[in-house]
Design a protein around this ligand. Sequence first.
Ligand code: GLY
Ligand code: MN
Ligand code: MN
Length: 488
Amino acid sequence: MIKPSKIYAILIVFLSGFFVSQAQERRDDYLSADFHQDRREQLRNIMPDNSVAVFFANPVRNRANDVDYVYHQDPNLYYLTGYKEPHAVLLIFKDNQTDEDGQTYNEIFFVQEKNPMAEMWTGRRMGDQGVKETLKINNAYNGSTFKDYNIDFSQFDKVMFYDFKNDVRDNASDQADLYSLQEQFKQKVGYVTDGNTLGKELPSRNIDLSELNTLMASLRGIKTPEEIDLLRKAVFISTVGQVEVMKAMKPGMSEFEIQGIHEYVFKKYGSEYEGYPSIVGAGNNGCILHYIENEKPMIESKEMILMDLGAEYHGYTADVTRTIPVDGEFSPEEKAIYDLVYKAQEEAIQMCRPGATFGEISAKARQIINEGLAELGIIENPDSRHMYYPHGLSHHIGLDVHDLGPYDMLRENMAITIEPGIYIPSGSKCDPKWWGIAVRIEDDILITKDGFELLSSFAPRTTEEIEKMMKQPSPLDDFQLPDLKGGK
Ligand code: GLY
Ligand code: MN
Ligand code: MN
């Protein structure tokens, strides 16, 4: 028997847990304010003397009429601040500046003002106070003050920013929207439009439109432990999605449906988005490298399906491709192509270590594919020109799926893909038995002190492992929905 007083104590503990969990609005494994502050400090360290770096938020993109796309922050601004709202501009100064009150500062962040009416429609805003408290950026101001904030940009040797793409809509009633912030900035730095050059804008002398990207790439290309933790999660989630599809795959399913299974798994784990539009191509559709329609209604048993998907978890995106036989067994031709891609990928992965160059790893994978295609009689000889492997082998992953980073050599804590592929569209100049075969195997790799770690190992890669996984039962085996009723 438990005493009544104990029951009350248990109840209070239980209820307080209940209210705490009710109050928790979001997960707590985001990048920390300290991470962002350290990144700003690191950028300041590598900026040239007497310079300022300026970053704008991404624009809000219109989908149609009065509906916008889900907002996604500019990855550089997110990396440096953690701010996820639009209509903002960040200035980072190499050296301390002094304001009119004699206070010194080395960064300023202008952000969206709080506005209860607007927030009722389009969501919560941090406002300048929220940015100070949550993101710990002390010099935060509402965007409406940017226009009159006194900064003499002519005093700097370099004013660095990314060139404008002129794809920002003007909300004429808002003097602090991104359009206005950019126009005000152009005025301040003397970035003028030359009417004689079809609207091409001519920067003034101390403006630098290229160096900032090199600096950001050198930072973002090397991941910190906090970033690696999020990348690990994003990659793991994506591989679980691949595994669930391997188990659920049946002829007659649609490409949409396969995409939906992956993305359900992503959301179930708390991924906010896909890192890029999911690519799910059956048969010949797999030969279209960025096939994102995913609209084939009935996948056929004799086809393979190429699935290139990446969960985006708290900003960081995976990029994992698996290619599987729809009926659960590779045909001899499918296996021959698959094993060739696998061989190229495996050799490339084994070469990954600090000091190895992107160039030599890519060349090795290409050589293996060319020799293999010649052996199979698909091309005449290894030096024959062909389009069966038309893309690169590797890229950085991170806040962007094609992340910023240097492409000279591998360094510890780089996160990259290794992704060879062979695509033989119907009608190709080879034996028709190869037509419609498309294989890409894409894995995510962390470069370690003396080698690599395969982050995406949870999803089977060899033909044997895939066939075995496809025999496993799926929770979706018995999933039935009512027939779709229509007007006809
Ligand atoms: N998912 C795009 C790529 O593999 O690069
Ligand atoms: Mn990729
Ligand atoms: Mn990919």
